[in-house]
Design a protein around this ligand. Structure first.
Ligand code: CA
Length: 247
């Protein structure tokens, strides 16, 4: 079996080099393009299994290039975002993106997402193609579509698979999002300070700043909202920290 070809559209050589190396290590065949235009050409010309698309490209926004790619292909797209406002747009628009990773990221995080998307894409090929061509791939597609919502509310932590389900739907979480949410869920209602969350969830708490916790909470909220717009389980306690409400 030939290794899946992953198209990386990213203008920063340092990031591209790291990702190309990580993808090769994981058995993929990476193709690197530095502009949206050359990336689009590659999508048309090559058999690409997945596209990793940077949002800040020299010849326009990756958000626009995503739309162009969607005109010709239903290939899964993983966004690389650098800023929170970019992320808001990814989450807010129905762009047909499959997932996103925020910079700075670890190469392992990206390859794990690539594998997860390809795993999801394979058995759902037909279904996905239909949804994408209808232009209705929403952030909900982050969730495994084979899992139907169940009436059961609240969270289920599956430590063995490092997964958390919310209202029966699997959340696609980064490593730290998973750990932050798991920490909060260990004691619903308890207010955790940023320091405490950092201590529980980070391997090297000293390396990160307080606002890293805030950034991850923001991401978690966005992902929870994508599944259940009416729910706001994570509570902010001003000057104190965060807690979770289990519905
Ligand atoms: Ca860039």
């Amino acid at each position: 079996m030939t290794s899946p070809s992953i198209l990386l559209i990213e203008d920063e050589p340092a990031i591209a080099d790291t990702l190309v190396y990580a993808l090769k290590t994981e058995g993929f065949s990476p193709e690197w393009r530095t502009t949206g235009g050359s990336g689009l050409e590659a999508v048309a010309a090559l058999e690409v299994a997945l596209v990793i698309l940077d949002i800040g490209l020299p010849d326009g926004s990756g958000l626009e290039w995503c739309k162009r790619i969607r005109e010709i292909s239903t290939v899964p797209i993983l966004f690389l975002t650098a800023r929170a406002d970019e992320l808001d747009r990814v989450l807010g628009l129905e762009l047909g993106a499959d997932d996103y990773v925020t910079k700075p990221f670890s190469p392992r995080e990206v390859t794990a997402r690539v594998k997860a998307i390809l795993r999801r894409a394979r058995p759902l090929g037909v279904h996905r193609a239909t949804a994408a061509s209808a232009g209705v791939v929403t952030p909900q597609s982050v969730v495994d579509e084979t899992i139907k919502p169940v009436p059961e509310k609240g969270f289920i932590v599956d430590e063995e698979r490092c997964e958390i389900r919310f209202r029966g739907l699997r959340l696609e979480l980064t490593r730290y999002e998973y750990r932050v949410l798991k920490t909060l869920l260990a004691r619903p209602g308890k207010v955790y300070s940023r320091d405490e969350l950092m201590t529980y969830a980070w391997e090297d708490p000293g390396a990160s700043l307080d606002r890293t916790v805030d950034a991850h909470i923001k991401m978690l909220r966005a992902k929870l909202r994508a599944l259940a717009p009416d729910s706001e389980p994570i509570q902010t306690h001003r000057g104190l920290g965060y807690s979770i409400r289990v519905i």
